[in-house]
Design a protein around this ligand. Structure first.
Ligand SMILES: [Zn+2]
Length: 48
């Protein structure tokens, strides 16, 4: 089973589920699946 990454839309064998915030001021919380690369980028973006 493979997953489609939310950010790059590539298929990935290993998916990481993350919480992303959308909508006004990030008021909407959603679970999305990310591939390894995007997950690392996402982690870095959290640290700023
Ligand atoms: Zn990706």
């Amino acid at each position: 089973m493979s997953y489609t990454c939310h950010f790059c839309e590539h298929e990935s064998e290993s998916a990481h589920s993350v919480t992303v915030y959308e909508g006004d001021g990030g008021s909407e919380e959603r679970l999305e699946l990310l591939c390894d690369e995007c997950y690392e980028d996402w982690l870095l973006s959290l640290k700023g």
